[in-house]
Design a protein around this ligand. Sequence first.
Ligand SMILES: [Zn+2]
Length: 194
Amino acid sequence: MRIVLDAGHGGGKGQGDPGAVDPVQPAEGDMLYTEEDDLAFDIARRAQEALMLSGHTAHLTRRPNQFISLQGRCDLANRLGADVFVSIHLNAGPPTARGFEVFSYPGSCPGAQLRDAILGAIAKAFPDWVNRGAKEANYAVLRGTKMPAALVECGFVTNTEEERKLHDPAVRQRMAEAIAAGVIKYGREKHGRV
Ligand SMILES: [Zn+2]
């Protein structure tokens, strides 16, 4: 399979779009500073490696500190004729919000199959994390891509405990491998391809 992995946002640090930002809040015991685009890129890069080790072709939509428009991400995947598109994000919300969730485009059947395969793989790899479930959303990268597409929210950077976990490279590796496993499972069921 040819897979396009899209690390959300990009080009933080005062230029571009850092995505969700969690500032250092020492009073609340939070000593970490997080920009979503950095962690999303790291997970995407690890997922790319996992997919390539399994014999697939995997492209990234951007470089570490690069910003690319939502349409640019779709155009790249469409131009490459990708079989699967996965956008990787981290969530933001009230301090108590936590867990992972995966989105597909409303009414897209292959998208929902891809979404469910990825969600299932993450749930298996993170049994002690909150599973917020499979959802639909009219997101630009899901709407503009011609192939089955899913958008993963890996966890909340605004939840102190989850943010701390996501700063652990081993946790990001596990997340990346779960995303890759979900994509591979989808490919196997859908196309009979390994
Ligand atoms: Zn995001």
